[in-house]
Design a protein around this ligand. Structure first.
Ligand code: GLN
Ligand code: ZN
Length: 761
């Protein structure tokens, strides 16, 4: 038994148990509170987050992870990395400048925002250019002092590592990374020296970028950076923190002159543990052992975690083990308290941020004093998990039966594309360059209000249905008037493309308050897949059939695909993601057959989130794409030759995915192109894409109405590479965030542009 082990946390959710943080920010932006009020509120949130971690008994509490918007933006601003368009003149950036970079202002556009590794968190991309960094304020130091003076906490400052910071930034060529690093080293040194002088025991330096795979030059750069930092602050204990996947090769990090290395033992596929057992653990280093899942929402199996902790403990020297979550808890909701509406077996199986901290404390106790000492809590944890595992809806024999058939299941259309395309053309007789939209039409306040009233019981289901039918009817009339060739019903009955299906399929649940930050003040409440997913009854047939009954033109049925439903939900962790994707795919397969037999024979299955599930390491991507694409085909392959399957993806950087996209075998795909038209077309040219394809001809993210000429030029450009017979004309994405007036005007121009292009083609 150990004499010594500590617990640590890597980061705590900012948003507050009731999204107080979000509300304060938005109140400030709306001018309802002033800067001083905002700062006061923010300090309170920060303090209460610290106290919660203190009360949970965590030994090393992170400080400096709290932010007013985004921690990457904080880092950039702290180093004076402010693009010239904001006319920044040095010194600590004020709040206005800070928020302008995040959200834009009347003079300058916002900085770009992008996904934080493989999570649904988005960060503001630093634009380094040739700015010379200076330490304008030491934010981690301020946070360290705050925690000490306000709560008596000797916190662990958190800093984004230089290597990761540079990998996430733009404004320089990758070949210059070494010299850019050189520019930054002095400010990192200064920052760390100030922390050392203040007496910080540990500093957590986050380097998640290392898990994307290390090449020779990366290893060299890391060696250079950490060599320089060590030389400047030899006495400071640096925990080089990685997360989200395994480190490969781990040897590279074991050699760095840092006192601690933090590794993820949950999402590493076993590779980190295997590497330590093979290589041995260096005598001089502390292991930050990410044993509790920092991203998932499920209670851990205490016995399994204890076994892991004991195994790790044997591998590292006495007193050099720290138990911690696998990543920052930023990616999970705050607390399960308040979820009383869920049935107890499920509720007790959930662990959000606060519950995870409790799990850590319990695990430490069991490791140090034995599981008997952990007593009733230990037994309780095991019993809760047991009850959850036994729930009949997690062990359905009918779903198991379907899954057994998966291997032999046909996931291919009856006929190859070229063949069925002919039959489809005979059936549909579409004009050259057919026009369509992506699915949703404006969700006006009227639509949202009606739904809210219906949910509250203030509007009867019949009246609500009637309201939706009326919306559909109006949109069909309008689409005919505009002259579109393939219509949609408009998705007025859906708030959200995943929630809508989650509510109708078995296996999902919805929390009351399970919010996580997506970007800035925007939070999302992902559905939770807690049990076997299964089809119960048709989900979209009613609206689609009604819409089709109103017109002679084809109306596309509209579904969300299996991979998107998976990637935008919290998923049970006892099955592989592939298994869950297949369960969803089997359920959607039934929906698609139901649509087809009800006479809906053009069906769009949206997959905007396929890219979000891509593993961080190149080498793991093929396998993911294989099962993701198969799940799509399981859903869509059973239809008749003449039934036309469409899909939609809303991003454009997928040069590396084009083969997989073709392999989905959708008859028509529409994709977003507004931001990198040329590049995208070039990648399709290279691979000789032969199926139907619509490259969005205008950007729906702004209310601007594009001119006919502008769209015509875009179409002509695409037609230099793609055949007129395969090209579709549509906007970039769904129109639900737009107003009706610009929607109608833009679509009219789009139809006119298509007419002109047809004449020339
Ligand atoms: N059919 C959906 C819509 O139009 C697609 C949304 C998306 O791609 N995110 O809203
Ligand atoms: Zn889209």
């Amino acid at each position: 038994m150990t004499r010594n082990a500590k617990t640590s946390n890597l980061g705590y959710p900012r948003i507050g148990a009731n999204r107080e943080w979000k509300k304060a920010l938005e109140a400030y932006w709306a001018g309802k509170i002033n800067e001083e009020q905002l700062r006061t509120e923010m300090e309170q949130f920060q303090l209460s987050n610290l106290r919660k971690q203190q009360e949970a008994g965590i030994d090393l509490i992170p400080v400096g992870d709290f932010t007013y918007y985004d921690h990457v933006l904080d880092t950039a601003v702290m180093f004076g990395i402010v693009p010239p368009r904001y006319r920044y003149e040095g010194g600590p950036a004020g709040l206005d400048l800070y928020f302008a970079m995040a959200r834009g202002n009347s003079r300058a556009a916002a900085c770009e925002m992008t996904k934080w590794f493989n999570t649904n968190y988005h960060y503001i991309v630093p634009e380094i250019g040739d700015i010379q960094p200076v330490l304008t304020e030491n934010k981690p130091l301020a946070a360290y002092r705050f925690a000490k003076s306000q709560a008596g906490i000797d916190g662990k400052p958190v800093v984004i590592g230089l290597y990761t910071f540079l990998k996430l930034s733009k404004g320089f060529a990758l070949s210059e990374i070494r010299s850019v690093a050189e520019r930054f080293l002095p400010v990192y040194v200064q920052l760390l020296q100030e922390l050392e002088r203040e007496g910080a025991a540990w500093v957590q330096i986050d380097e998640p970028a290392v898990v994307t795979g290390l090449q020779e030059e990366d290893i060299e750069l890391l060696g250079h950076i950490y060599g320089a930092l060590h030389a400047a602050v030899p006495g400071l204990r640096i925990m080089l923190q990685t997360y989200f996947e395994s480190v490969q090769p781990l040897e590279a990090l074991l050699k760095l002159p840092v006192q601690g290395l933090g590794l993820d033992f949950v999402h590493d596929g076993g590779a980190n543990l295997e590497a330590i057992e093979r290589l041995g653990w260096p005598e001089d280093k502390t292991l930050g052992a990410g044993v509790i899942d920092g991203r998932g929402i499920w209670r851990c199996d205490p016995e399994e975690k204890l076994a892991l902790a004991e195994r790790l403990e044997r591998l590292v020297p006495e007193g050099k083990l720290i138990l911690q979550p696998s990543s920052s808890l930023l990616h999970v909701p705050v607390t399960v308290q308040g979820e009383e509406r869920l049935k107890p077996e499920v509720r007790n199986a959930l662990a959000f941020a606060d519950e995870k901290l409790a799990e850590l404390a319990l695990l430490k106790r069991a490791l140090l004093e034995g599981r008997e000492a952990a007593g009733a809590q230990w037994a309780g944890a095991k019993a809760a998990l047991d009850a959850f595992r036994k729930l009949p809806e997690r062990n359905r024999s009918d779903v198991a039966e379907l899954e057994r058939g998966l291997e032999e299941l046909t996931d291919r259309r009856n006929t190859v594309y070229a063949e069925r395309a002919k039959r489809q053309q005979d059936k549909w007789r579409l004009p050259l360059l057919p026009t369509t939209t992506i699915g949703s039409f404006p969700q006006t306040p009227e639509v949202r209000q009606a739904r809210l009233k219906w949910r509250k019981g203030e509007l009867s289901p019949e009246r609500y249905d009637e309201f939706i039918r009326q919306q559909i009817a109006e949109s069909i009339t309008l689409q005919e008037k505009i002259g579109l060739d393939v219509l949609v019903h408009g998705e007025f009955e859906r708030t959200d493309m995943v929630e809508f299906f989650g509510e109708k399929l078995d296996g999902f649940l919805f929390t009351r308050n399970g919010w996580v930050q997506s970007y800035g003040s925007r939070c999302v409440k992902p559905p939770v897949i807690y049990a076997d997913v299964a089809f119960t009854e048709p989900m979209t047939v009613k609206e689609s059939v009604y819409a089709q009954s109103l017109t002679k033109l084809p109306v596309k049925g509209m579904l969300t695909g299996p991979v998107t439903i998976l990637n935008w939900s919290f998923v049970r962790d006892d099955l592989s993601r592939e298994q869950v994707a297949n369960q969803i795919a089997l359920a959607l397969r039934q929906e698609i057959l139901a649509l087809e037999s009800a006479g809906v024979e053009m069906i769009q299955v949206d997959e905007p989130a396929v890219r979000e599930g891509l593993p961080l390491k190149e080498q793991d991507r093929r396998q993911y794409l294989e099962w993701a694409v198969r799940a799509f085909r399981i859903s869509t392959s059973l239809v008749r030759d003449t039934t036309q399957i469409h899909t939609h993806m809303c991003y454009c950087e997928f040069g590396d995915m084009i083969d997989s996209i073709s392999d989905m075998d959708a008859d028509v795909i529409s994709i977003e192109t507004s931001r990198s038209h040329g590049e995208l077309i070039a990648s399709f040219e290279q691979m000789d894409y032969d199926k139907g394809i619509g490259l969005g001809v205008y950007d729906i993210h702004s209310p601007r109405v594009p001119s006919v000429e502008e769209m015509e030029t875009g179409i002509e450009r695409a037609l230099r590479v793609l055949h007129p017979e395969q090209f579709w004309i549509n906007p970039d994405c769904g129109l639900k965030t737009r107003g009706w007036s610009e929607t109608e005007a833009s679509l009219r121009n789009m139809v006119a542009a298509a007419d002109n292009a047809r004449k020339k083609a």
